[in-house]
Design a protein around this ligand. Structure first.
Ligand SMILES: [Zn+2]
Length: 180
């Protein structure tokens, strides 16, 4: 008992420190749980059939130039899927969902978007694209993302980042005739 009363102050300090550590770790666990459930919620939205179809239209338009007609349902689907992708970027920028998880899951698709969004900017309808700063943020990170999985093996990553032949050919006349 003599030791306890002699070290009373140190013991109360240690107990106080322990209490701080416990509440800090509880707070960290809560933040992690919150980020996990936010990630699952946005993933659920990203993976609906509608969003998937919209994105497939975007990838096809980038690769082939085959874009849906103006004001068609398919064009709206493309725009909506890009808006939700942009929302994923915003949540990741604001630390609401972990960027590491977003990139791990989405980096192959984001790398494809390096070559535009499949819809040409239209001065008559600037609202239809209006830039996608949060999506652009994810695309830039996806370009630098290091991945050792099969999605990026055997030159697949480089293949996705390479300019599609369609765009390459479109740019060739300018490249070939400097000064004209
Ligand atoms: Zn990969």
């Amino acid at each position: 008992m003599g030791w306890v009363s002699a070290n009373k102050d140190i013991i109360s300090l240690l107990i106080a420190l322990l209490a701080i550590l416990v509440s800090l770790s509880t707070a960290l666990i809560n933040v992690r749980n919150l980020r996990t459930s936010s990630f699952i919620a946005i993933q659920k939205e990203m993976l609906t059939g509608e969003m998937q179809r919209g994105r497939l239209l975007v990838y096809r338009a980038i690769a082939t130039g085959d874009a849906p007609p103006r004001d068609s349902d398919e064009e709206y689907l493309m725009v909506r899927s890009l808006a939700v992708f942009d929302q994923l970027g915003m949540l990741s920028r604001q630390w609401i969902v972990p960027r590491r998880w977003v990139l791990r899951y989405w980096h192959p698709r984001l790398q494809l978007l390096k070559h535009g969004f499949g819809i040409e900017p239209d001065p008559d309808r600037p609202y239809i694209l209006q830039g996608r700063p949060n999506l652009q943020y994810l695309i830039e990170h996806a370009e630098r993302y290091r991945c050792a999985d099969s999605c990026c093996a055997d030159g697949r990553k480089e293949g996705r980042l390479r300019v599609p032949p369609r765009l390459h050919q479109a740019g060739r006349p300018d490249d070939a005739t400097p000064g004209e």
